[in-house]
Design a protein around this ligand. Sequence first.
Ligand code: ATP
Length: 302
Amino acid sequence: MTLLTVSNLTKVYDKKAAVDHVSFTFQKGKCIALIGPNGAGKTTILRTLSGILTPTTGSVTFADNEKNEDIRKWIGYLPQYPVFYSWMTGKEFLVYAAKLAYTPKAEAEKRAVELLKKVGIEEAGDQHISKYSGGMKQRLGIAQATIHKPKLLLLDEPVSSLDPIGRREVLTLMEELKQEMTILFSTHILGDADEVSDELLLLHQGKIVESGTMAELRKKYQTAKIELEFQHDSIPYQAKVNAMASIESSYVDQNMLHVNAIDITQARQDILHVASAENWPLTSFSLNRASLEDMFMKVVKR
Ligand code: ATP
């Protein structure tokens, strides 16, 4: 079911479009990664969706908003560089954030305790934020962004600045949160997008240049390469492989035979069939999967 439709979103600064006619639809309960290099327009999209920035043109429409209500109450936003009052405790900060979202005092206290537990910093709830690690601050930031139970959670580079432990904690938290709300997060670390997102939006110079699920994109950009490793020199097998109709060419690198296929599925079948029938001394057989990096490079070079 559709949560949100973004149509022709454009944001122009000094006659230059930071975001250029961007359109997409979010389904409820998905986690979407907005991927792009520095300056691609990720923050501008997130700030525009959050309501902080007004788009130059274009619209953001929530499917359930028949009464044309203020959509900000449905959105939670964690900026790339969140600012905390470090003299407050984590709990005080969350109560303060809840009150800013018009939550009554008793409810705010209850929600703050609930969220400290949920994001895994319950025991540090009464400590000053100045004592928090980067990962704890990021988790507190996510708690603050979800204090009003938004339908859409926007996270700007939530893990980029964290060490591996903090990064893991926040990615795990995002996995949990996506059961409850739709998440859009930006990153330039492609592995993080691969790990936690259901769908990817690839952004380049303010435009969406590719989108889809990881599986769809892998299929589309899969390189038609197969690598065969033999127990000994691979030269004796090259001519047989090259004779297959599904194979374009190959080259030998000692025990490895690198194969370029015309049809990767057929090539896989052909090679495995002959290898099994003739009992080839194979030590490994691998289909070369396109990495997100390969995909991104191909897309931006188009
Ligand atoms: P990063 O990964 O570095 O945060 P980003 O993908 O989030 O980059 P944006 O911060 O959205 O990119 O910036 C997109 C473009 O818009 C950049 O060229 C940037 O210089 C420009 N830009 C952003 N904010 C402003 C502003 N307030 N005034 C003028 N130009 C701006």
